[in-house]
Ligand binder design. Structure first.
Ligand SMILES: C[C@](O)(C(=O)O)[C@H](CC(=O)O)C(=O)O
Ligand SMILES: [Mg+2]
Length: 309
């Protein structure tokens, strides 16, 4: 009821343990706080909070227009609705090293379990689009070092994302991944890998957990979780999947209303009122008052509820 009772510290420790468990983790992207509830209910190990989704949700393209305040606020709203650890996309860190340090502390304050910081130039773009560029090694490693030094909870996960594969090739991605780990990254997100072999090459280059981004309509095929586990991937994200599904459904429903003058035909595909109430734990709120106002009035024998007064 209200919010998760698991503390951010517990979630961070849980994320560390999950990544060290040897079992691949699957984090779907929550496009709002309620969808984080659904992700938890369906048994996933964690929640991803996508920068693309946060931007698109505001009607903006994913080109670095969102601010730290917007991202930390929304990510915090999502993180506090679930007991699962939440990993947030911090883009390029919202500036250079000093800003990156502040970003980490704000994300810690917002209750996140970790974040990833990428080595793209600003304005950044989706890692699966052409025409992106990366900063030099010195700038990239400084961002990560600043992030690692700034955290106050040693379990807050600093993941370094490198977009260099699409710019300078796979070997450059291996070299950069190693350098980012040396700079203090706890995990690596190699962006826009094209094949399973490429994931394997990154796996061979570093000893820390690695992430696979299974975003649709991008440069990677949609590998199964078993395929990804077979090449040593520790964590797979489905960043924009739920937003695309939800918006796809919304579009179809609007078309149905236009075509038929009623939504009737789509009702069977909707989350029912009962399911929606279940997800927001409506029942628990019904009982809240009765437990709080169940007190003894001096001079009377039986306890009285608010209703009987
Ligand atoms: C993972 C990602 O950074 C995101 O913001 O979710 C995006 C996803 C996408 O645009 O499909 C990315 O750059 O891959
Ligand atoms: Mg992103």
């Amino acid at each position: 009821m209200l919010y998760s009772t698991t503390t951010p510290q517990q979630k961070r420790a849980a994320l560390r343990a999950a990544l060290a468990s040897g079992t691949i983790q699957q984090f779907p992207g929550a496009f709002n706080p309620l969808s984080a509830r659904l992700i938890q209910e369906k048994g996933f190990g964690g929640v991803y909070i996508s920068g693309a989704v946060l931007a698109n949700d505001l009607g903006l393209p994913d080109i670095g227009l969102t601010t730290l305040t917007e991202v930390a606020t929304r990510a915090g709203q999502i993180a506090r609705m679930t007991d699962l650890p939440a990993l947030v996309d911090a883009d390029t860190g919202f500036g250079e090293p000093m800003n990156v340090a502040r970003t980490i502390q704000e994300l810690e304050n917002a209750g996140l379990a970790g974040c990833h910081i990428e080595d793209q130039f600003n304005p950044k773009r989706c890692g699966h689009l052409d025409g992106k560029n990366v900063v030099d090694l010195d700038t990239a490693t400084k961002r990560i070092r600043a992030a690692a030094d700034a955290r106050r909870d040693p379990n807050f996960l600093i993941m370094a994302r490198t977009d260099i594969r699409a710019v300078d090739g796979l070997e450059a991605a291996q070299d950069r991944a190693r350098a980012l780990v040396d700079a203090g990254a706890d995990a690596i997100f190699p962006e826009a890998m094209r094949t399973l072999e490429e994931f394997k090459a990154i796996r061979d280059a570093v000893d820390v957990p690695i992430l696979a981004n299974m975003t649709e309509f991008g440069k990677s095929d949609l590998f199964t979780v078993d395929e990804l586990a077979s090449v040593g991937v520790n964590l797979v994200i489905y960043p924009v999947t739920l937003l695309r599904s939800a918006m796809g459904a919304a579009e179809r429903t609007l078309e149905t209303i236009n075509a038929n003058g009623t939504q009737e035909k789509e009702v069977g595909n909707m989350l029912t009122r009962a399911r929606l109430y279940e997800l927001v734990d409506y029942e628990a709120y019904n009982h809240f008052d009765t437990s709080v106002f169940n007190f003894q009035v001096p001079g009377q024998h039986q306890s009285q509820t608010k209703e009987s007064l």
